[in-house]
Design a protein around this ligand. Sequence first.
Ligand code: FMN
Length: 179
Amino acid sequence: MKAEILIGSPRKNGNTAAMAKILTDELMSKKIDVNISSLYDYDIKPCTDCRSCKSGDLTCVLKDDYSLLCRRIEDADILVIGTPIYWYGPTAKTKLLIDRFRPYFTSKKLEGKKAALLLPAGDGAVDCDLTIEMFRRVFETLGIEYLGVVTSKLYNIGDAEKDSNLKSSITELGHCFIS
Ligand SMILES: Cc1cc2nc3c(=O)[nH]c(=O)nc-3n(C[C@H](O)[C@H](O)[C@H](O)COP(=O)(O)O)c2cc1C
């Protein structure tokens, strides 16, 4: 099995990255191949609603780095989206990625995959509800099985390392990947 972890935080050593590291260790111990992609390393252009992806080969015509990510996403069995909460939602970079999933609505290429969320937020779970619901519906629309989420009240760089419950929550989420 292959897992693709997509990190939507601009902070390379931030809380999302720390949560992703814990999950990576957990998945690797279960012999799951893991690749981590930091979305801020990629030029992802905004969807322009040109509707080209609705016909022909059902792919996006925009030319940018998304094609690199898209190959890894299609190749993975499990997608993990890690994004800090910015104003009750995912970061703008994460939303750019999700908007580019439009071709999959028609091609159905993500059907049968599994997905999970890692959501650090300064105020914790209370600010994650809208984001969780957004992703739940995105996954449902694309035929992706939603495995679950770990939210945590984290603000400063280093907070994840200090959260004593984080490892067990992420380990528990990791169990869902193989059951
Ligand atoms: C622009 C911006 C908006 C934010 N909005 C929220 C919010 O609505 N709710 C919340 O709990 N935290 C909010 N935060 C705090 C981040 O979610 C929090 O610091 C998180 O741990 C950052 O994760 P990172 O270290 O992976 O970047 C916001 C941070 C920024 C920069």
